[in-house]
Design a protein around this ligand. Structure first.
Ligand code: GRG
Length: 301
């Protein structure tokens, strides 16, 4: 990976981690435990790809760095909440996340559930609290709130999760349904992260050429991200149990790898990454986003 990209990515990461660290101090209140669980959920690792997208798109289009950081952190709160809830026993029932015990393994399950809820609300507090924005006008802030709440809700991420639950152990899931599932479950938040970058930079018109290009870029990137995740999942499981996902007769997992086969999934990942990059053609200062697409293609976790 080129050094310029890596040092810029690190700059974004440091800014995001510092801002989250400050936002999530633990007050000495009777309900202290939920703040501790929220802090645990939002800090401690993560690639921060969603706030990085917001900041990179905003930077590219001339938005304020401070405003984009604030918006990006709000999106990361929502992402962190979704991970806490997704790991709960009533969902995926996972013990590990980002190499550490999941939130409900460290805190009581009811507190982990409430910490997820707390993070969701905190995202909107962060967007709408009384601290002034550096450059964003009220209509842009409202557009961010509208876009983020829509992408996280039942038409977006939650909708995708519901489709996912309805697909569990089914053997008749088609590729278009799997694509729709992931366009909502993971894709909606990735798309809105990038589009928030446009909103931070004052591009509110959805028919604007730049907005449309960023939408295309992030839609392709979101799907590519999920395919890569499915491929990494197979590699991880092969390492652990010596056989690929899907070969277990007791459970059928619907992933891009099980539906398309690994080779086709890898080709599709390449194709979507190229299409994402091509969507930016004609725009200026795209170097970081082009490298970011490559970084996601080649990532190992
Ligand atoms: C339960 C409300 C609710 C929603 C669940 C998005 C989602 C819907 C669940 C997340 C669980 C999951 C494993 C989704 C697949 C997409 C994925 C790989 C998410 C992890 O995102 P990364 O890789 O995580 O960006 P880091 O740790 O880097 O932040």
């Amino acid at each position: 990976m080129n050094m310029e990209f890596l040092s810029q990515y690190k700059l974004y990461l440091d800014a995001i981690n510092d801002a989250l660290e400050k936002e999530f101090s633990v007050p000495d209140l009777a309900q202290k435990q939920v703040f501790e669980a929220m802090r645990y959920g939002v800090l401690g690792g993560g690639k921060r790809i969603r706030p990085v997208l917001t900041m990179a798109v905003s930077d590219m289009l001339g938005g304020s760095r401070a405003d984009a950081l604030r918006v990006g952190c709000a999106v990361e709160c929502i992402h962190s909440y979704s991970l806490i809830h997704d790991d709960l026993p009533c969902m995926d029932d996972d013990d590990l996340r980002r190499g550490r015990p999941t939130c409900h393994k460290v805190f009581p399950e009811n507190i982990a559930l409430l910490a997820g809820d707390g993070l969701l609300n905190r995202a909107f507090e962060l967007l709408s609290d009384k601290r002034p924005y550096e450059r964003m006008r009220a209509d842009a802030v409202l557009a961010v709130i509208r876009a983020v709440s829509g992408a996280s809700g039942a038409y977006g991420m939650i909708g995708g999760q519901v489709i996912d639950l309805s697909c569990e152990n089914r053997t008749d899931v088609t590729l278009p349904l799997l694509q729709e599932l992931h366009a909502k479950k993971t894709g909606a938040l990735i798309r809105v992260s990038a589009l928030c970058g446009c909103l931070c930079a004052g591009i509110l018109d959805e028919t604007d050429k730049k907005y449309q290009k960023i939408l295309q870029f992030s839609a392709k990137l979101g799907l590519a991200f999920q395919i890569k995740d499915d491929i990494l999942d197979v590699i991880g499981k092969e390492d652990v149990i010596g056989k690929p996902v899907g070969s277990d007769a007791k459970s059928h997992k619907n992933t891009f790898v099980t539906l398309m086969g690994q080779e086709a999934a890898e080709k599709e990942l390449q194709r979507l990454t190229e299409e994402a990059k091509a969507a930016l053609s004609g725009m200026e200062d795209t170097a970081f986003l082009l490298s970011f697409a490559e970084y996601l293609l080649n990532r190992e976790y």
